[in-house]
Write a protein of this length. Structure first.
Length: 292
């Protein structure tokens, strides 16, 4: 117990490129912060590797995810767990970091299985588009599981943070500032600075919509249209991100677009993100599909 509060226990749902880097950041902090248990359970979508070994067993043997983040030690207190219910059952802080299309199914499996008072944060950049209209991932998590969900977005190419190159991130929250501060403590490192903003929709929409602009930037690269055109795509794209976000949620704040989640994430993704790379390859391949 610290200050009359029970200690926090963290589980990470997802173990891809960003999931592993996020687990590494968190695990480094839980060993230093007395209000957290050291252990970080990381749920792994089980896969059989070419060697015939299971991915989760391999992670626990070598403390590395040889498929999604090779060459980076995660921290001895990161425990890979292929059993979703077991991974989350004791945790009161849940970090969602899977590709967006799997979240709904994962949440449905977790109904009635979470600790009372559990809190969530989503690192997922994307949205569900339903017949009724778009649904933000944090809302999906809240609606299905009945828990509060913050978001963390930013100029965060995972492979760079894995080797501790400096970057910033933005946490978006709704009303509960104390919880947002607790999340910020869990993620902040000297090379990873986190700010908090009371504009959850604005932060999450920035993380989602910049991917569309990055695809356009990749097409510009693939067609060798030059840097001026790419800069124009980024400028017009940012303006459209802002207008579209406000159309969906009039409460979205202009200032949010000047945080890491806004203009900085737009720039890094248009320069070095996977969305940009795929679009460039598509254009260079004459607009035909290709195998990756
Ligand atoms: N990689 C980055 O640099 C980065 C940075 C910021 C945000 N993000 C966001 O983080 C989220 C997760 O991306 P990532 O880079 O960690 O993943 P990734 O693209 O590296 O890997 C995909 C993950 O999905 C899992 N998976 C495959 N099939 C599945 C299924 N049926 N059910 C559940 N999981 C399944 C795989 O096991 C793997 O862990 C995405 O929303 C992405 O936009 C990524
Ligand atoms: O590689 P991308 O295009 O998924 O972008 C990665 C991150 O979102 C950059 O912040």
């Amino acid at each position: 117990m610290e200050n009359g509060h029970a200690k926090n226990r963290v589980a990470v749902i997802g173990s891809g490129n960003w999931g592993c880097v996020a687990s590494r950041l968190i695990a480094s902090n839980t060993t230093k912060l007395p209000s957290f248990y050291d252990e970080v359970r990381m749920w792994v979508f089980e896969e059989v590797l070419l060697t015939g070994n299971k991915l989760s067993e391999s992670i626990n043997q070598v403390n590395e995810n040889c498929k999604y983040l090779p060459g980076i030690k995660l921290g001895a207190n990161v425990i890979a767990d292929p059993d979703l219910e077991n991974a989350v059952k004791d945790a009161n802080m849940l970090v969602f970091v899977t590709p967006h299309q799997f979240v709904e199914g994962i949440c449905k499996k977790l109904v009635g299985k979470l600790r009372l008072g559990a809190q969530a944060i989503s690192l997922i950049k994307g949205m569900e588009v339903k017949t009724e209209g778009p649904c933000m991932i944090s809302k999906l998590i809240t609606d299905i599981l009945g828990i509060n969900c913050c978001v963390l977005m930013g100029a965060n190419i995972a492979s760079e943070i894995a080797v501790e190159k400096f970057s910033e991130a933005t946490i978006g929250y709704k009303k509960d500032k104390e919880v947002a501060i607790r999340w910020a403590k869990l993620f902040t490192m000297p090379y990873f600075l986190v700010s908090i903003v009371e504009d959850i929709e604005g932060v999450e929409l920035c993380g989602t919509l910049k991917n569309v602009v990055a695809i356009a930037a990749g097409l510009v690269d693939g067609l060798d249209m030059g840097n001026n055109t790419k800069a124009a795509i980024m400028r017009i794209g940012l303006r459209e991100m802002c207008a579209f976000s406000k159309l969906l949620f009039p409460s979205v704040r202009d200032n949010t677009f000047f945080e890491s989640c806004g203009v900085a994430d737009l720039i890094t993704t248009c320069l070095g993100g996977r969305n940009r790379r795929v679009a460039e390859a598509f254009a260079r391949n004459g607009g035909k599909r290709f195998l990756v």
